[in-house]
Write a protein that binds this ligand. Structure first.
Ligand code: FMN
Length: 163
């Protein structure tokens, strides 16, 4: 299953660590949307599965990731998964805005993953931050298990659709 993981990670590179670890597990390609720029439509369409993730900033994914989702090619109803690292709070709420953008392009979200990430935003810096050392080994293992189940699901769906 040819997979591309597109991410944004600006605060402590927490999401970068997560994205790279997931990618290494299944041999996926990664693209850092801020450092590398967005992939072309043709590049995106050459993948079977797309991952989209970032840290959570003010209750939602990074705006560059939201913009990327809003420009997904409509030529195909692609399959994707969504992930994040966060300081605290509810990922189901934080992921809503990204889900909406993806759905509007006719793409399907197969699943979501989120874990804690080191956070020194604002007054948290005075306290030395929260979630030091996260994502940790356990987080990365959970993410890899999640990804394996998503890849299996995507493979089953494409098998069904070609029957
Ligand atoms: C400007 C800013 C706003 C943030 N807002 C939230 C938030 O609303 N909810 C939350 O759980 N974490 C929030 N965080 C914490 C980050 O989501 C967390 O540290 C994340 O792991 C950062 O990922 P990154 O290192 O990949 O950028 C915020 C951090 C920053 C810098």
């Amino acid at each position: 299953m040819k997979t591309l993981i597109a991410y944004v990670s600006t605060h402590h590179r927490n999401t970068h660590i997560l994205a790279r670890s997931m990618a290494a597990h299944i041999g996926a390609d990664t693209i850092d949307l801020l450092a590398d720029g967005g992939p072309s439509k043709e590049e995106i369409l050459s993948y079977d599965l797309l991952g989209l993730g970032s840290g959570i900033y003010a209750l939602r994914h990074h705006r560059a990731l939201l913009r990327f989702a809003a420009s997904l090619p409509r030529e195909r109803a692609g399959k994707c998964f969504v992930f994040s690292t966060r300081g605290f709070g509810r990922p189901d709420l934080y992921h809503r805005a990204l889900h909406r953008k993806i759905r509007r392009r006719g793409w399907e979200v197969l699943g979501d993953f989120s874990c804690r990430g080191f956070d020194t935003f604002g007054p948290l810096a005075i306290l030395g931050g929260i979630n030091r050392g996260r994502p940790d080994g356990e987080d990365l293992q959970r993410a890899r298990d999640f990804l394996r189940s998503i890849v299996d699901e995507a493979a089953q769906r494409s098998e069904r659709s070609t029957r």
